[in-house]
Design a protein around this ligand. Structure first.
Ligand code: BDP
Length: 723
């Protein structure tokens, strides 16, 4: 009986361990599994016969832990047992001057150019042995270097002759969580908020540390914990205790905490009668509030503010400008070294002007009026994170106030948590676009990093897709968007493809077939989605409220600029939004050098065609097809391409662990069905206006337009609670 029990226990134990080992995406790109290539393993082992970390601090403790765990995992030995007695080949890590030997080996390192966060990794020969030295000016720089080194090993790259110097091109590399205090997440598709506000500060979920670690590993150094549609309560002592608990965990990983400030907080929290930025009591209230926050979080980063936008309160409630509002907060955080990120996402229904023009009209006249510690946070495009938008004309137009980028990592308009869409190509398309602000070569990326006009502080924000799902992002491939955002914020010159490859190697495997196929799927995924959702520059034709699924027919909303018909303007004559001089003239907001790229429908890059032009159905596109035929062609080829992605994934069965393979496989099946839904809905809807046939070569839509129009998704996740 007893033996039976023991055997049973052993089996159970095995099962538990096995289950715990099964891949489910929790480990993200930081897996550090044993190197499965014997000769490479041999190389690595002989290249790291010992290791040593110099210096003590909470960050250097993390450096030690990461090296110990990462190297042990990959080398398949307990590296604590390796020598640190400086003989044989070594790996050394420490900041500048942390040790005389390290200093002697680092004479080639240009520390001055590394700044506060950069690092150097060099292979140095000393006494006939190879020593890899990871060094920086600061502890956090060393930690970044360590993650880089471990990544190289995860990617099976040689560590025999390294000569790397790398520093971030952007100062503030920040996630924006749109997380509410009740744990719902606006536009979040990975369960509920990762922040368990109710049980903080006592309950410190180990995920908080893993979160900080994952961010640090890709260079993200800041986070805004709460939704831009802000709740003033987060500024109350009860919540500041909780914020402090998170900030304490993140600090050694180099991550600063920011909060969203509700402009009316002085009324809601402070009991004042006004939130007028020029009222003395309001000014004092913010100063005192800020002083209080810094008592909890001495390195608090500052505020992110959405004001006078979509119902949020702001300075205009008191006939003051955005600059007055931003400066009020900027003055309050200034002495503490804080900053204010003021969002340019403003538009008004009462304004008869094209929504795409409104932010520019509002902010350009205020350029120069903002304090030095204010950044204007601008979405990548002028409408709202559509599958594709041309770059926002505000980039380059603000000369005296630093603009910072706001990308959306969460896939609000990109199939949410069910579509595989790698956003690297989308981010790069915008970053590489030439604004012509100070002549040719003034790319958005160069505007952002201060190379076009010098700015004191630069920034890039990404609206987070992280939730409390076991795999962090809901769809496993959502992780790649978190990853590529961080990597590009660090270095926007990297290509989307090389980052996709890094992610694939670290997340799945170095098997060439896997690397090639997964990277290929990722690289085509965005264009495919654009084709089956909004080809040729169409935009904002999704379902209302939840933004999930097609809704080109949407015409009744509280405001015209929330409908679809406002944007596609389809009628019997044609389709598209005329933003040339004969229409809204939004093109005139771009610099003269950039305008010719958009002005002429004959020469424009067709991906922006209907964004800028209203054209007849028989307009000849570059393929020789009429506009109507081209639209149909794109919708159908988008679906075929989605099917192709699914097929390619199926070929990977057995080459990727079952758990993650199955997850993605099921999601791809759904993606294909939804691509068909988009296609059928859109071609049937637009056909009413074109009056032209869908070619006989194409599969007929399975249902009537009416059927598609009546589909509802009332409980699609991530919707605004109040909608
Ligand atoms: C839109 C979202 C909305 C956000 C808003 C914003 O639909 O939920 O509150 O942007 O960025 O994309 O403020």
């Amino acid at each position: 009986m007893r033996t039976k029990f023991i055997v049973l226990q052993a089996i159970l134990c095995f099962m538990v361990i096995h289950a715990a080992m099964a891949e489910d995406g929790y480990r993200l790109w930081l897996r550090f599994d044993a190197i499965d290539d014997a000769s490479l393993l041999e190389d690595y082992r002989s290249g790291i016969e010992g290791w040593k970390v110099y210096g003590t601090s909470p960050t250097m403790d993390i450096v030690r832990k990461e090296l110990q765990e990462g190297l042990s995992g990959m080398l398949g030995v307990d590296v604590n047992e390796l020598g640190s007695t400086l003989s044989g080949s070594m790996l050394l890590a420490g900041k500048k001057d942390s040790d005389p030997f390290l200093r002697q080996l680092s004479t080639q390192v240009a520390y001055d150019s590394l700044g506060d966060e950069g690092f150097a990794i060099s292979t140095v020969e000393a006494d006939g042995r190879l020593i890899n030295v990871i060094t920086a000016n600061t502890d956090i720089g060393v930690l970044y270097g360590v993650y880089h080194f471990l990544r190289k090993m995860q990617m099976h790259e040689s560590i025999d002759s390294l000569a790397i110097q790398s520093s971030p091109r952007i100062d503030i590399r920040i996630l924006n969580h749109w997380d509410n205090l009740d744990r719902t997440v606006e536009r979040g598709y990975a369960g509920f908020s990762i922040w368990d506000w109710h049980r903080l500060p006592e309950l410190i979920d180990p995920r908080y540390t893993q979160y900080a670690r994952a961010n640090a590993s890709i260079g993200i150094n800041s986070t805004v914990l709460t939704n831009v549609n802000a709740n003033a309560l987060v500024l109350s002592p009860y919540y500041l205790e909780k914020v402090k608990a998170l900030a304490d965990i993140f600090r050694p990983y180099g991550i600063k905490v920011f909060l969203t400030a509700r402009f009316s907080a002085p009324i809601e929290l402070g009991g004042l009668e006004t939130a007028d930025p020029q009222d003395e009591t309001v000014i004092n209230w913010w100063h005192e509030k800020v002083d209080e926050i810094y008592k909890y979080v001495p390195d608090f980063g500052g505020f992110l503010v959405k004001a006078n936008s979509e119902g949020q309160p702001g300075p205009q409630n008191y006939d003051r400008s955005h600059a007055d509002g931003a400066n009020l907060l900027a003055d309050a955080v200034k002495d503490h070294g804080g900053i204010v990120m003021w969002r340019a996402f403003v538009y008004s229904n009462e304004e008869p002007e094209d929504r795409a023009k409104q932010a520019y009209n509002e902010f350009v006249p205020l350029d120069g009026e903002f304090r030095d510690n204010v950044l204007i946070q601008v979405k990548n495009g002028a409408i709202d994170f559509q599958p594709r938008e041309p770059f926002h004309p505000l980039f380059g137009a603000l000369k005296e106030t630093a603009p910072m980028m706001e990308f959306q990592i969460t896939q609000e308009y990109l199939g949410q948590g069910t579509h595989l869409v790698y956003q690297g190509p989308l981010y790069k398309e915008v970053l590489d676009a030439d604004t012509y602000a100070r002549g040719q070569g003034s790319s958005v990326a160069r505007v952002l990093d201060g190379s076009v006009d010098p700015f004191e502080t630069t920034g890039m924000a990404g609206v987070s897709n992280i939730g409390n799902d076991r795999n962090w992002t809901g769809h496993l491939f959502g992780q790649s968007n978190w990853y590529v955002f961080g990597r590009l914020a660090w270095d926007h010159t990297l290509s989307a493809e090389e980052i996709a490859e890094e992610w694939t190697r670290c997340t799945f495997s170095n098997d060439p077939e896997v690397v090639q196929s997964v990277t290929g799927i990722m690289m085509e995924s965005h264009e495919n989605l654009v084709d089956y959702m909004t080809p040729l520059g169409l935009h904002h034709i999704m379902g209302p409220g939840h933004h999930y699924g097609p809704g080109p027919w949407v015409s009744q909303m509280p405001r015209a600029d929330w409908t679809s018909v406002y944007y596609h303007k389809a009628d019997s004559e044609g389709i598209g939004f005329d933003r040339t001089a004969s229409g809204s003239d939004a093109i005139s907001q771009y610099f003269p050098g950039a305008q010719p790229f958009f002005n002429d429908p004959e020469t424009i890059d067709e991906k922006y065609l209907l964004w800028f032009h209203h054209l007849p159905w028989d307009f000849k596109t570059k393929s020789g097809r009429t506009l109507w035929d081209e639209i149909v062609f794109r919708y159908y080829s988008g679906v075929e391409a989605a099917k192709g992605m699914h097929d390619k994934w199926q070929d990977l069965e057995g080459l990727i662990d079952e758990g993650r393979w199955e997850h993605v496989n099921m999601m791809l099946e759904r993606q294909v069905n939804e691509a068909i839904l988009w296609r059928n809905s859109c071609v049937l809807y637009f056909q009413q206006f074109s009056g032209l046939p869908i070619g006989a070569e194409y599969e007929k839509p399975a249902h009537s337009l009416e059927y598609y129009e009546n589909m509802r998704h009332p409980y699609a996740p991530g919707i605004r609670p109040r909608w």
